[in-house]
Design a protein around this ligand. Structure first.
Ligand SMILES: *[C@@H]1O[C@H](CO)[C@@H](O)[C@H](O)[C@H]1NC(C)=O
Ligand SMILES: *[C@@H]1O[C@H](CO)[C@@H](O)[C@H](O)[C@H]1NC(C)=O
Length: 274
């Protein structure tokens, strides 16, 4: 089966993502950027599976995990396989809204002030309405977060990449990711008062930018090195999703909404009445 055309995947929004950059840059650079931006392999959606080599007992909680998005942060929860597909196992029953696994791809971050432009990473944050956000690293805490362009632009938004074998995720040319136990610096009671503690979320993904185990940033929290594996969506699933998206996506290309896809109001209304 042929790869999914980029324009299809984005519901015809290609023009909404600026590919043309400053005139100061050379033509060959521009050409490379355009090719990169149009590279369908970069647009194949993937989930992120976590592994952790540490022998520490606690590390078992993150080994065999999957990345999920919640409370503006990227968390690790255990995963289970259903029909060969990975699904997050919710730490507590009946989470509302349900846990949303990272499901994303690479695309150039639209910012004229970043020269050369940086390859960003987006993920859906909900399926209905279908919405995409940027995955970025908070510049002061180094935690992974998600948000729209306004929320992300002053932080570390790239350059996201894959390893040479395309199997794992990299940022700024290396795999400096760690899992941080957000519960480990507070009492159980304090923990249960936090929005994530209420939902049993403990392990957040951070980027150890200075390669020192988050020295000066981790406090008393437990930190483990982890690896972010790309689990590509099957061609079948990509197609199914495309058809669904085509059916209900309407791209708003105004200003900050450039990276957000929302369902037409009428459709949303119909869905909520169901
Ligand atoms: C697109 O990405 C694939 C996989 O890395 C690579 O083999 C191919 O050369 C790229 N194509 C372009 C036009 O950059
Ligand atoms: C972008 O996200 C911020 C919060 O991070 C929010 O206040 C703002 O309304 C969002 N902008 C749009 C256009 O959705």
């Amino acid at each position: 089966m042929a790869l999914i055309p980029l324009s299809l995947f984005l519901g015809g929004s290609v023009t909404a993502i600026p590919v043309v950059t400053g005139i100061a840059e050379g033509v060959s650079h521009q050409k490379k950027q355009n090719e990169e931006a149009a590279n369908e392999s970069r647009m194949i959606k993937f989930n992120i599976l976590i592994s952790c080599d540490s022998k520490d007992e606690l590390a078992e909680e993150v080994d065999n995990g999957i990345a999920v998005l919640r409370h503006d942060k990227v968390w690790i929860v255990p995963r289970e396989d259903r029909d060969g597909k990975p699904f997050p196992v919710p730490p507590i029953p009946n989470m509302q809204p349900p846990l949303h696994a990272f499901a994303g791809f690479y695309i150039q971050y639209p910012d004229d002030d970043r020269v050369p432009p940086e390859r960003g990473l987006v993920s859906t944050i909900s399926d209905d309405p279908p919405m995409l956000n940027w995955i970025y690293v908070d510049k002061s805490t180094y935690e992974l977060r998600y948000g729209n362009r306004t929320a992300s632009i002053e932080h570390i938004v790239g350059e996201w990449d894959w390893t040479e074998d395309e199997m794992r995720v990299m940022l700024e040319g290396w795999e400096g990711f760690v899992a941080v136990d957000e519960s480990s610096a507070m009492s159980e009671e304090e923990w249960e008062q936090t929005p994530w503690g209420k939902e049993g979320l403990r392990w957040a993904i951070y980027y150890d930018r200075d390669d020192n185990g988050l020295k000066g940033r981790r406090g008393k929290r437990n930190v483990f090195e982890i690896v972010l594996h790309r689990r590509l969506q099957s061609k079948e699933d990509q197609l199914k999703q495309l058809e669904e998206a085509e059916r209900k996506m309407q791209v708003k290309s105004r200003g900050d909404l450039k990276t957000q896809f929302t369902a037409p109001a009428a459709e949303r209304e119909r869905a909520s009445r169901k």
